[in-house]
Design a protein around this ligand. Sequence first.
Ligand SMILES: NC(=O)c1ccc[n+]([C@@H]2O[C@H](COP(=O)([O-])OP(=O)(O)OC[C@H]3O[C@@H](n4cnc5c(N)ncnc54)[C@H](OP(=O)(O)O)[C@@H]3O)[C@@H](O)[C@H]2O)c1
Length: 333
Amino acid sequence: MHPLRNRQFRLAQRPTGALVPETWAYVENPMPEPGEEQFLAQVLYISLDPAMRGWLNDAKSYVPPVQLGEVMRAIAVGKVLDSKHPKFVAGDLVVGLFGVQAYALSDGKGVTKVEAGLVPLPTYLSTLGMPGLTAYFGLLDVGKPREGDTVVVSAAAGAVGAVVGQIAKIKGCRVVGLAGGPEKCRYVVDELGFDACIDYKHDDVKKKLRETCPKGVDVYFDNVGGEILDFVLTQITRGARIVICGAISQYNTPNPVGPKNYLSLLVNRASMAGMIVFDYTPRYGEALMQMGAWMAEGKLKSKGDVVKGLETFPDTINKLFKGENFGKLVIEV
Ligand SMILES: NC(=O)c1ccc[n+]([C@@H]2O[C@H](COP(=O)([O-])OP(=O)(O)OC[C@H]3O[C@@H](n4cnc5c(N)ncnc54)[C@H](OP(=O)(O)O)[C@@H]3O)[C@@H](O)[C@H]2O)c1
């Protein structure tokens, strides 16, 4: 028998509100062995994403819910240890839906190979991964910013928001972020180069929006929903585009609330559209080439928040909903 054992977090109970320790079951299993056309990967870094909260609800969505007893779904970077798959060999570094566990079997579907040494490995879960791709396509394809536009983005210090704002700056826009606390706001302006950042936990958001967006908001990239979306709706320009990327303020509430000020869309002939990054899979290559180039030129910065230890998972995932992560949140297994 293999001396090492697998360690996993499985869904034990569907949460109705916030994630609690009872949501999860920690289990240890014998090490899995790859069958034909499979490989075994050691999971190195696990991406913690707000979307994981949605995957736990037994409701129709863009992917089926995680089932009770199933290993929690998560994107991760791994290293192939053993392979009976024709396209993967031991030593390959791979990104895929490997789940919240120490070792994963894979049939290679949806798995991409990445290179060591170009960027730190967690970057493949942030700017050069799912959140970066979300920012790229959400902003450019749905938000359609034009030079000189004012672009506002919420959760601006986070994985998606930081990339949105930096791309909008590259495209010649005025960029205003919203983030929780002075430290995050300072980072967004001083390090990422946004024009302004509103500390929504301490500032009068409506007043600050008027001050920082004197010509109104042409593009709003919404990561949080709730009250902030309503405030921004009062400041949009004619023909404005609102990208509904996420609504983290509503994820832990059983009855999410929508915007009260939606008639502003009518008055301003504006549009509000949802987007899901996975719809852009055929175009990932184009985005990654461009973002890789911007990173190499120093125009696109990436900040990671790495927490050590698989066992921290039940606490670490909650950092997202408390605003305790600063940059892309990952667990180093
Ligand atoms: N549509 C898609 O395909 C897609 C793909 C990826 C992500 N998303 C969405 O994009 C959003 C950002 O994801 P991310 O991975 O980049 O996470 P993140 O921004 O790195 O982390 C989440 C951040 O949300 C903020 N937040 C938490 N609760 C909040 C609340 N009640 N009100 C306002 N802000 C709150 C916190 O920042 P502060 O400290 O600033 O409050 C927290 O750090 C999420 O809504 C996610 O679901 C969508």
